[in-house]
Structure formats: structure tokens, C-alpha cells
Design a protein around this ligand. Structure first.
Ligand code: MG
Length: 280
């Protein structure tokens, strides 16, 4: 096994199971519950609205759980997860709640789930949501990398993009068009078969060509003293993701004041200039 084993951090809703709130909206006939983070990126605001709507309609936690119990994983998701867990370590990172997710976890073979909790009153009504921490998905990915794992992150929505950027490799799975347009830096995959292939390829090869350039940038001692932006961006921290460095390079071209050469044989950061011979 590689010195840095691969761990898969995957979103739940939209990737492995249907959007829970959309299902609740359909079965209760309350159209306003259809809003998701795809529509309203501020999750706290979204949850406060959802809880208020449930209260207005007199719907308890048990009512919502009854609806969720009728849901099944997305077609093919359970088999994909069996494959994934038989080959790699995997953690599901979700902004949902343990009280909601339990019936779906049973149908997925009880994978490891990091999510949040609900506060329930004496009548069984949901009164508040309790996020375990802010930016839980992103912070989990950062922590996993600090623990020596390479992290491949998979998600479909606004609340996933920070963890995708923090990972060694981020993938969008069946995202809506607005996410694709806003986050063109992430590859888009639409089937579990392609997801399996991409994960296996990444495990075998990493992202070698891009990695050479990024390693060169990271290891270049002149980088730290180049300009205050470097310290501001904290780019020489070993836990900064490749995506974050690429974004910083695009926004601050002075960071790449060195020759990057691409030929059919690969890509090199050509300092010293003799490095170019490796790919001629
Ligand atoms: Mg999702």
C-alpha cells in the first residue's frame, strides 16, 4: 500500500441517495421544502427556513422520518459503495442529520457517516439544527490529509465545493448546470462506472503531470520570500490542496514566474533549465 493511502470523502444526498428534502416536499405537498443548497447556498439560513415551515404545518420529526424511510439509495449506489469500501477507506461527509439519515444508512450497509444533529422538543417537534462544526466537510478533508491520507472528494453541490478544493482531487458527481458553470476546475462524472474507473486511475497514478508542477512550486524556496501573497495564501503549507494552489496561480500569475514546459512526454517546471531535457 502507498505511503499515503487513499481515502474517499463522499457527499451523501445527490451522490448516493436522493435529496431528502425534495422527497419530503413531494410527499407532504409543501413545495417550499424543495429548496436545497443548490438553490440557497447558506445552509444555516436554509435549515432555519425548513424548520419553520415544518412547524407551520405541524410536522414532527417522526413525520419526516416516516417519509425518509420510504426512500431508497440511488440506483446502483449500494453496489458502488460495496465496491468502494472493499477497495478503499471511505467516509460519508454530509450536512444532513443522524436523525434523518438512519434509515438510509441501513440500506447502504451502515457506512461511516460524519454529519450533524437535530434538537427535538418534548412534543417531538424539530426546534433547531446543531451543526457539529462550521465547514465540517472541508475541515474533515483537511484533517484527513494532516493524518497522512491522500483524499479524493466527491460531491454535487455548493456545500461540497470547499471540500473538493481542500482535497488532493475533487470530483463533481451529477452536478446541476450552475455548479458546473461556477466551478469549472472540477471534473464532472455522471455514472458510478466512471466514478469507479476515475478513483482506480487516481489511486494508481495520482495526477502526475500537474503534480510535478505543483511539487516544484511548493518546494521552491524562493516562493516563500517572493511576495506577501504567498504567506497570505499559505501556499507552502503541505496541507494546501493542489486545486487551491492552481487557483492561486491563476489569480496571481507572479507565483508562476518560471518556465513551465509541456511536451508529448509530460510537463516540467524547468528550473534549472536543463530540466527541459527530460521531456524533449
Ligand atoms: Mg449533495
Amino acid at each position: 500500500m502507498a505511503a499515503q493511502p487513499l481515502i474517499i470523502a463522499t457527499d451523501l444526498e445527490g451522490v448516493l441517495v436522493p435529496e431528502i428534502w425534495i422527497a419530503v416536499a413531494e410527499r407532504t405537498g409543501i413545495a417550499e421544502l424543495r429548496l436545497t443548497t443548490r438553490d440557497l447556498p447558506d445552509y444555516d439560513e436554509l435549515m432555519r427556513r425548513r424548520i419553520a415551515i415544518l412547524r407551520e404545518h405541524g410536522l414532527s420529526l417522526a413525520d419526516v422520518q416516516t417519509v425518509i424511510a420510504t426512500l431508497d439509495p440511488l440506483p446502483g449506489a449500494a453496489d458502488y459503495l460495496v465496491w468502494l469500501r472493499s477497495h478503499y477507506q471511505c467516509i460519508i461527509l454530509s450536512d444532513t442529520f443522524y436523525e434523518f439519515a438512519a434509515p438510509l444508512m441501513a440500506k447502504l450497509g451502515y457506512p461511516t457517516l460524519f454529519c450533524n444533529s437535530l434538537e427535538i422538543d418534548g412534543r417531538g417537534m424539530i426546534v433547531a439544527h446543531r451543526m457539529r462544526m462550521t465547514h465540517g466537510k472541508r475541515e474533515t478533508v483537511r484533517a484527513l490529509r494532516a493524518l497522512g491520507f491522500r483524499v479524493l472528494a466527491i460531491g454535487d453541490s455548493y456545500n461540497d465545493t470547499a471540500m473538493l478544493a481542500a482535497a488532493d482531487h475533487g470530483i463533481l458527481f451529477r452536478p446541476p448546470p450552475n455548479i458546473i458553470a461556477e466551478f469549472p476546475q472540477f471534473p464532472v462524472i455522471d455514472s458510478y462506472a466512471d466514478l469507479r474507473e476515475t478513483i482506480a486511475d487516481f489511486d494508481a497514478d495520482g495526477v502526475p503531470e500537474r503534480g510535478v508542477v505543483l511539487a516544484g512550486v511548493r518546494d521552491d524556496e524562493t516562493l516563500r520570500g517572493r511576495l506577501s501573497t504567498v504567506d497570505d495564501l499559505d501556499l507552502v503549507d503541505g496541507h494546501v490542496s493542489e486545486n487551491a494552489i492552481l487557483e492561486a496561480m491563476a489569480e496571481n500569475p507572479i507565483l508562476i514566474e518560471r518556465p513551465i514546459v509541456e511536451t508529448d512526454k509530460g510537463v516540467r517546471l524547468c528550473r534549472p533549465q536543463d530540466k527541459v531535457r527530460e521531456i524533449l
